[in-house]
Design a protein around this ligand. Structure first.
Ligand code: COA
Length: 143
C-alpha cells in the first residue's frame, strides 16, 4: 500500500518477512513484544510457553509472535503481538496464516481467542470470518 493511503505507511513493507517456529533464544525478544504491546499480566512468567509459538522475522529481527494451544473441540490462540514500529505491515496476517496452516495440519477444526475490547479489532476478526461468541471478560485465577 502506498504512503499516504488509508492506513499509515510502514517502512518494513518492502522487506521480506519469514515466519518460523520460535526457539529458546527468541524468548527475550518475545518478552519485549509482550511488554511493548501491553499484553503483560503482572506476576506471570513469560519465559515459559506451552503449545506452539511462531515468530515473524524481518532482517534477522523478531518483529512479532503468535502462540496457540492445540486442542479439541478447538485450539486457543493465546497471544499475538507485533512491535509497534512494525505494525500495519501485514505481520499479523502472516502470523495468523501460518498458525492456521499449522493448526489445520494438526487436525483442528477451529480456534478461539480472547480479544480485549480496547484493541479495536472487531472488524478485522469479522473480515477473516471469525464470529464473536459473546461479550465478556477474560478471568485469570492465580494458582
Ligand atoms: C493487533 C496486531 C497484532 C496487528 O498486527 P499488525 O501486524 O499491525 O496487523 P496487520 O498489518 O497484519 O493487519 C491486520 C489487520 O488488523 C488491522 N489492525 C492492525 N492494527 C490495528 C489496530 N491497532 N487497531 C485496529 N485494527 C488494526 C489492520 O487494519 C488489518 O486489517 P485489514 O486486513 O482489514 O487491513 C498489532 O496491532 C498488535 O500487536 N497490537 C497490540 C497487541 C494486541 O492487540 N494483540 C491482539 C489482541 S490480544
Amino acid at each position: 500500500m502506498a504512503k499516504g493511503s488509508r492506513r499509515s505507511w510502514c517502512p518494513c513493507r518492502s522487506v521480506a518477512m519469514i515466519v518460523r517456529p520460535a526457539r529458546q533464544e527468541d524468548i527475550p525478544a518475545i518478552i519485549e513484544i509482550v511488554e511493548r504491546c501491553g499484553l503483560r499480566i503482572d506476576g506471570l512468567d513469560y519465559s515459559k510457553w506451552s503449545g506452539v509459538v511462531l515468530v515473524a522475522v524481518r532482517q534477522d529481527q523478531i518483529v512479532g509472535f503468535i502462540s496457540a494451544l492445540p486442542g479439541s473441540p478447538y485450539g486457543v490462540i493465546t497471544e499475538i503481538g507485533v512491535l509497534p514500529e512494525y505494525q500495519k505491515g501485514r505481520a499479523c496476517h502472516k502470523l495468523m496464516e501460518s498458525m492456521e496452516l499449522l493448526l489445520r495440519s494438526l487436525g483442528m477444526a477451529a480456534w478461539a481467542g480472547y480479544v480485549g475490547d480496547i484493541r479495536g479489532l472487531d472488524d478485522s476478526m469479522k473480515k477473516i470470518g471469525a464470529e464473536s461468541t459473546g461479550v465478556g471478560s477474560m478471568w485469570l485465577r492465580r494458582l
